[in-house]
Design a protein around this ligand. Structure first.
Ligand SMILES: O=C(O)COP(=O)(O)O
Ligand SMILES: [Mg+2]
Length: 216
């Protein structure tokens, strides 16, 4: 059973805020609402697309509806990779982990369709033993069932796996599943969200030695 590194997506592997921001602004423009500042959008990411659209609507005095959610989701899924890139150093970190025998997986609250489109556009098809999206299981992060379902699909086991994420939801899901969580200090979550993580990696380059320390 190889060691398994389970990565969060938004704010951990990829800097996706520009495309999420652009899609939210297109939604707002269609509803004759002003655009958002980047920091506002970053603060809305982390609990999946429904919570994102609900928060955006609330911030612009707009009534949330299933139609708005469906429209946003279709638009974002089609255009998820226009500006989104891997964080600097992530490609090298994934390579180094695989070379050291680690298996890789993704556990994200982003819906599975948008996740697949994005990973494919970034050339990461086939890199991950499993990809658990926000709608892949009946539950999602912070529920540990999302992480455990992803882990099972990847053929991993909790004693040989580490979660890497940038949000309180990643830490909570990992703790609930009995895995250590390494906090991605380069991501969207403020440092306070690292509470309960075993350590913070300041950069993707710091990931590989930190993971090696956790599972020698
Ligand atoms: O879609 C979100 O809200 C967050 O996605 P993440 O779990 O990959 O950070
Ligand atoms: Mg994240």
């Amino acid at each position: 059973m190889p060691r398994l590194a389970v990565f969060d997506l938004d704010g951990t592997l990829v800097d996706s805020a520009p495309d999420i921001h652009a899609a939210l602004d297109r939604l707002m423009a269609a509803q004759v609402r002003p655009p958002f500042a980047r920091a506002e959008v970053v603060g809305m990411i982390g609990d999946g697309v429904r919570a994102l659209v609900q928060r955006a609507c609330a911030a612009r005095d707009l009534a949330f509806s299933e139609a708005l959610l469906a429209g946003f989701t279709a638009d974002y899924t089609a255009r998820a990779a226009e500006e989104t890139v891997l964080f600097p150093g992530i490609a090298e970190a994934l390579e180094a982990l695989q070379a050291a025998g680690w298996a890789l997986a993704v556990c994200t609250n982003k819906p599975a369709a948008a996740t697949a489109a994005l990973l494919s556009a970034l050339g990461l098809d086939g890199r991950f033993a499993a990809v658990g999206g926000g709608d892949s299981f009946p539950v999602r992060k912070p529920d540990p069932g999302h992480l455990l379902g992803t882990l099972r699909a990847a053929g991993g086991e909790p004693g040989q796996a580490v979660m890497i994420g940038d949000h309180r939801n990643d830490v909570l899901a990992a703790r609930g599943a009995g895995l250590p969580c390494l906090f991605a200090g380069w991501g969207y979550g403020p440092p306070a969200m690292a509470e309960g993580a075993v350590a913070t990696a300041a950069t993707p380059a710091a990931l590989v030695p930190a993971l090696r320390d956790l599972l020698p």
